[in-house]
Write a protein that binds this ligand. Structure first.
Ligand SMILES: [Zn+2]
Ligand SMILES: [Zn+2]
Length: 940
């Protein structure tokens, strides 16, 4: 038997089937680094319109996790797709380098060494530590294939950055937003510091729930206000409910709501009778909870009746007034609220309104100060029993029990926080209209997803003033000078801060700590002192737009986009917005895009204690970074995404289909030179023209999805195209034509031209998603003009998409349906043992007149589309009892096994096999093809 293998155009490629990404990706990374593609791209695209995505700085502590991976890969996809769309896309990654977690780690290391160091050395160690962590994370982000200026990232501990933070603060002072106040702030007694909103977590905690009597100083007066002066009793008390007995030493008032109706309730209580004042609507639940057996409502009056009346403090020898406040509601308690202005925001607000001084008896560590009666030196967490004893002795404790409720905790220590008034520096939301300006600025920004704008608006509407001072060592110092007697800022503070910023720009923050203020203030120096607080780290990162966007030539202000997790609505999105508006009157971004969190298969958050953490480095070492990237692209990031080994396996399968599609295309283009062999689009065979047009149309769709940041949609469209349009239709059909027609025939070059257009477009679509693989494909395209895929823009060289055709507009979709029906019947015949492969079969198609008219032009070539040895069209009216109905009403089918010999070259079974004397093993078509006559085909 003659060997015809050499006469076939079999595919050839050294593009490997097996991806082996863990080994190949580092080689591609090295190639990118060697070519300095990031800086080369900046040069190449200098004239292009910029798209600036400003990087939110991750905290420089610890190895990166899945959340970081999702965030950085999403950013990378955005930027690479924008670059393909023709934008210049500089990306300067950054790190947040100050703050408590770094201090704690350095402290731990020092403890191990049993070493104590001076603050200056401590700060140097913090700097060193942050730098090492930054490098660790930087390597990881690069390994993910994220393209950026990794050589020159921004660090919030850079001297120039620290100086710009101080300049930002100076501008905020100049614009009148800073004030000093003694206000209750979330305070961690273990951190010994105020905490930012973003550092507060809510967890369940059990607390005492107690009802206490505040006896009326003048019972007669209360009774007459209720209109019941006739009652004779000395026992009138206002009932108050609290879950924080430790705040009673700071009690300065009781608050009523002016419009709530209060009841005078006569209670029989263990053989005594007393009169209690309780909000009328709450009486039933209060008497039930306190176990009061008999009660009668004697009279009622609205809250405003009682303003300024005096009550006896439940254990101290002092009187406290009734105040009116709108924060008092009927949600819980008694409608009368114990008011400790040092320990609660609402209490503070109402006390300020009534000009009460704010008295705070608790020190930094949570101990009562030495002048606190009865409880001096006791810890607020441990004082409850003692306080309850005292109340009991005074007969002011009516009822006590324990409840569990949601309570603020320190995000670091996981211990309950206290609200504590301390002298702090605040950015005022209302003093100079920052709240109103910020709300207006929100309207100028595009927010995604749809709920994002409402969320930010609600947060700004409700937020308290921003406490920006911290009592820490490792942070940008608040470089303020205040008068020793009056505590007021130096009148020339803003200009002085610029001098200080210049020093810090040169020497770092130690320049402030070492500064002798006489060098700035001369003789005045003795009247002033340096503030020792440092700035909230959220202020640092909130000022990145000033320190980075405005400073780096390649960037611009405002940024086109901020893209972070949804936790940043109270974090970075918000701190950046506030500093942007406070300084420049505008948000530092045009568009905020947020993503959800990553969960495991049981919809639980990833956590070390649950043991469900999938470490990114483990994944790229076993499956490859492109699998992680494809997971990101396949997830609907706007909601929560899930990840597990099982999901990653599915992604790896999808990846293999994409890779194999690319490999098939490359392998069939091994001898194709676009300069020489490209066929004008209008001259392509019908099927080839169809796939080029389909590719072009799909590209419009994909570009739109990229523009909508719908990467999930992009990856779905590409996968569908590769699996269905290409894998099980187009590429399947053209195999025969590729392999068996003459090497240089129109039929073969036509298919190659189409495949050339497809691979050029497809590789660009894939580049933002699976960057390593797209680059690998690119490197296997001999005709490429650029050294890397990332220097290109979307492929648009499809030629003129117009073709004179005899085919109906719905031709190919109908052919696909017909093919599906035929494949179904071939499967039936195969299962029945009638045939082996489809080429062993002959198919008879019984068609309605309309279908017949549609298919008739390709009657001669139909067998190639159906991949059978013969395909014959008949009218549906022909009676053939062996024909079976199909899912298409207009089509019946009959499959028969071919009785002809199999051609040794193309495997089609044809009547003429054996008829040629020279090539007795071949069909007539193969004889023509190898003798150089070839065949003319129009359709497929
Ligand atoms: Zn803490
Ligand atoms: Zn043949």
């Amino acid at each position: 038997m003659a060997d015809y293998k050499n006469t076939l155009n079999l595919p050839q490629t050294d593009f490997p089937m097996k991806a082996n990404l863990p080994k190949r990706e580092p080689e591609i990374l090295a190639l990118w680094q060697q070519q300095s593609i990031y800086s080369q791209l900046r040069k190449q695209n200098k004239q292009a319109k910029k798209f600036v995505l400003h990087d939110g700085p991750p905290y420089a502590n610890g190895q990166i996790h899945i959340g970081h991976t999702l965030n950085k890969v999403l950013k990378d996809i955005v930027l690479k797709s924008k670059s393909l769309a023709g934008f210049d896309t500089p990306y300067v990654p950054g790190w947040d380098c100050h703050g408590l977690p770094i201090e704690l780690n350095v402290e731990k290391a020092l403890e191990k060494e049993k070493r104590r160091v001076a603050p200056e050395e401590f700060r140097a160690l913090c700097r060193q530590y942050a730098n090492s962590q930054m490098q660790l994370q930087r390597d990881a982000f690069q390994r993910l294939g994220v393209l950026g200026d990794w050589q020159q990232p921004y660090l919030t501990m850079d001297y120039s950055f620290e100086a710009d933070v101080i300049r930002t603060l100076a501008k905020i002072i100049a614009n009148g937003h800073l004030h000093r106040g003694s206000k209750p702030v979330h305070w961690c007694v273990q951190c010994c510091s105020a905490l930012a909103e973003a550092e507060v977590e809510y967890q369940d905690k059990s607390s005492p729930s107690i009802y206490i009597r505040f006896a009326a100083s003048n019972p007669k007066l209360w009774l007459s206000h209720f209109g019941t002066p006739d009652i004779t009793t000395e026992s009138v008390a206002i009932l108050v409910w609290t879950t924080t007995p430790w705040t009673l030493p700071a009690n300065q008032a009781v608050a009523f709501n002016s419009s709530i109706e209060y009841a005078l309730v006569r209670c029989s209580w263990q053989q005594t009778t007393e009169y209690l004042v309780i909000a009328k609507d709450l009486v039933p639940q209060v008497v039930q909870q306190c176990g009061i057996t008999e009660h009668t409502i004697v009279a009622t009056a609205v809250g405003k009746t009682f303003e300024h009346l005096l009550l006896r403090h439940p254990y101290l020898d002092k009187e406290v007034p009734v105040l009116l406040g709108e924060h008092v509601t009927l949600e819980a308690g008694t409608g009368a609220v114990h008011t400790a202005p040092a320990h609660g925001q609402d209490d503070y607000t109402v006390a300020t309104h009534y000009n009460l001084a704010v008295v705070n008896p608790v020190d930094d560590q949570g101990l009562f100060m030495p002048d606190t009666p009865l409880f001096a030196g006791e810890h607020v967490y441990k004082v409850h029993t003692h306080i309850l004893e005292v109340l009991q002795q005074q007969n002011t404790l009516l009822h006590a029990e324990t409840i569990s409720h949601s309570y603020p905790h320190c995000w670091r220590h996981k211990t309950p926080l206290i609200f504590r008034a301390t002298p702090q520096w605040f950015i005022s939301m209302d003093k100079n209209n920052l709240r109103a300006q910020t709300l207006a600025a929100i309207e100028q920004v595009k927010w995604s997803p749809s709920w994002a704008q409402a969320r930010m608006t609600a947060m700004i509407e409700q937020r308290p003033d921003w406490c920006i001072s911290r009592q820490r060592v490792w942070g940008t110092p608040m470089t303020l000078l205040v008068h020793r007697q009056t505590d007021t800022l130096h009148p020339n503070m803003v200009a002085l801060m610029e001098s200080i910023a210049l020093l810090i720009e040169k020497h770092g923050i130690d320049a402030w700590h070492n500064l002798d203020i006489a060098s700035l203030l001369g003789e005045e120096a003795s009247e002033y002192r340096k503030v020792t607080d440092s700035l909230d780290v959220w202020f640092d990162s909130g000022a990145t737009h000033a320190a980075v966007l405005l400073r780096r030539e390649e960037l611009q202000w405002p940024a086109d986009m901020y893209l972070e997790g949804s936790d940043q609505f109270r974090g970075w999105f918000q701190s950046s917005l506030l500093t942007g508006v406070a300084v420049y009157g505008h948000a530092p971004y045009q568009h905020v895009l947020s993503h959800g969190f990553t969960l495991d298969m049981q919809a639980r958050k990833m956590s070390k204690s649950l043991g469900n953490v999938l470490a990114p480095d483990k994944i790229w070492d076993s499956l490859g970074a492109d699998i992680l990237r494809l997971w990101v692209a396949s997830s609907d990031y706007k909601n929560e995404q899930t990840i597990s080994d099982e999901i990653l396996q599915r992604i790896a399968d999808a990846y293999r289909r994409l890779r194999n599609t690319a490999r098939f295309l490359l392998a069939n283009l091994f001898d194709f030179d676009p300069q020489q062999h490209c066929i004008a689009t209008s001259e392509l065979l019908e099927l080839d023209y169809w796939v080029v047009k389909r590719t072009f149309d799909l590209q419009q769709d994909i570009k739109q999805s990229y523009e909508d940041y719908d990467f999930h949609g992009v990856s779905q469209k590409i996968q569908h195209f590769c699996s269905f349009d290409l894998g099980s239709f187009y590429l399947d059909i053209i195999k025969d034509r590729q392999y068996t027609t003459m090497t240089d025939s129109h039929a073969r070059r036509s298919a190659q031209t189409a495949m050339y257009h497809v691979i050029c477009a497809l590789t660009c679509w894939l580049a933002p998603l699976i960057s390593f693989t797209a680059e690998e494909i690119w490197q296997h395209m001999p005709w490429r003009e650029q050294p890397s895929i990332f220097f290109t823009t979307w492929y648009d060289d499809f030629g003129v998409l117009e073709k004179n055709t005899l085919l109906a507009s719905n031709f190919w979709p109908v052919v696909m349906q017909v093919r599906d029906q035929v494949n179904r019947e071939l499967e039936v015949a195969r299962n029945a043992g009638l045939i082996g492969s489809g080429l062993a079969a002959e198919v008879h198609l019984y068609c309605s007149e309309a279908l017949l008219n549609l298919l008739r032009p390709i009657a001669e070539e139909l067998r190639f589309i159906l991949i059978t040895s013969a395909a014959t069209l008949h009218p549906l009216s022909t009676t053939d009892t062996e024909a079976v109905t199909t899912q298409m009403e207009e089509l019946q089918l009959k499959i028969t096994a071919s009785v002809h010999e199999k051609c040794q070259r193309c495997w089609h079974r044809r009547a003429k096999v054996g008829k040629d004397a020279l090539h007795p093993g071949l069909c007539e078509r193969c004889v023509e093809n190898i003798s150089g006559l070839g065949e003319i085909r129009q359709y497929a």
